[in-house]
Ligand binder design. Structure first.
Ligand SMILES: *[C@@H]1O[C@H](CO)[C@@H](O)[C@H](O)[C@H]1NC(C)=O
Length: 292
């Protein structure tokens, strides 16, 4: 308890105040996202506007009936994403994603991926260890990272709860920052666990919330593409793409296949927020997720 109290006291003093929490959101003026379905640009209307606990207003557009594929305007502030990138870089956290071989439906395929990623501090593990975090040489930066990761995890959980799916930050995996430089890509893949062995506690990844930290105009690459739905979406800073990885019965949906297309020039930044089908149990070993 003491450690948690200490964390909240420390967090309130942190550079957090430099980072905006709310932004004006006038849905009448929101620019339509760059979405291409079946080769043609589409402009789906705003279907819902949700006011979050922290004061942000998020406008949603349904992009496709399958996967509950949704575009969310203004889920995160550009300053929050810039701060996360700065903090990840300051601790040398970005790693070139491993090219691993994976089994999929009995077939071994090469997972083509040369983007870089950085798992962020997981509040499930570190919120209760703030004294240890603060004692590190770069303690102030780590606490700021923890504070931002906590805030974003709670915001995503709040969005899901207000959309009718009761969710807490305990359902959220460690956030994963990803960076694609020119020509880097992440080939077609699924986010769900192909087998329980890659999960932390036997959970499954129900939803992916992909927060965009860069804006790439249509035609300049960097799209998130769903080849089986023939939908592609260009990234825009602060907005997010949300989709279900599972079918209604909780089993993997192969149609959630998606890829990160390479930016033609410039770079693309994003944060993967995976929402699990159950809350993580912090009383048992979570170190496994921290190592990845
Ligand atoms: C990333 O991989 C793709 C596909 O293999 C390749 O075309 C591209 O040159 C690679 N980019 C870098 C920076 O290694």
């Amino acid at each position: 308890m003491l450690a948690l109290w200490w964390l909240s006291a420390a967090v309130s003093k942190l550079p957090e105040s430099r980072v905006a929490t709310t932004e004006a959101c006038d849905s009448a003026e929101l620019p339509a996202p760059a979405v291409v379905v079946g080769g043609a640009a589409v402009e789906p209307p705003i279907s819902e506007t949700i006011e979050l606990r922290d004061g942000r207003t998020v406008a949603l557009r349904t992009l496709h009936a399958e996967l509950q594929l949704t575009y969310a305007h203004g889920l995160v502030a550009a300053e929050e994403l810039e701060a996360l990138v700065r903090l990840a870089e300051s601790r040398g956290g970005f790693r070139r994603s491993p090219l691993r071989r994976q089994h999929s439906d009995g077939v071994i395929k090469d997972d083509i991926r040369n983007s870089s990623s950085c798992p962020l501090l997981w509040p499930m593990v570190y919120a209760g260890r703030a004294h240890e975090v603060a004692a590190a040489a770069n303690g102030a930066a780590l606490l700021e990272e923890l504070s931002l990761a906590t805030r974003i995890s709670e915001r995503v959980a709040d969005l899901f709860s207000r959309s009718g799916m009761p969710t807490t930050a305990a359902h959220v995996e460690p956030l994963q920052l990803v960076r694609y430089q020119a020509s880097e890509l992440f080939g077609p893949h699924h986010d769900y666990h192909e087998s329980p062995s890659s999960s932390v506690q036997g959970e499954q990844r129900s939803f992916t919330v992909l927060l965009f930290g860069s804006t790439l105009p249509p035609g300049s690459g960097g799209e998130t593409r769903f080849p089986l739905l023939d939908v592609s979406v260009s990234p825009r800073t602060g907005d997010a793409l949300i989709w279900a990885n599972l079918l209604d019965d909780g089993t993997p949906n192969v149609r959630s296949l998606h890829e990160g297309r390479p930016p033609a020039s410039g770079e693309k930044l994003a944060v993967n927020v995976w929402v699990a089908d159950r809350p993580f149990d912090s009383s048992s070993d979570l170190e496994r997720a921290v190592r990845t």
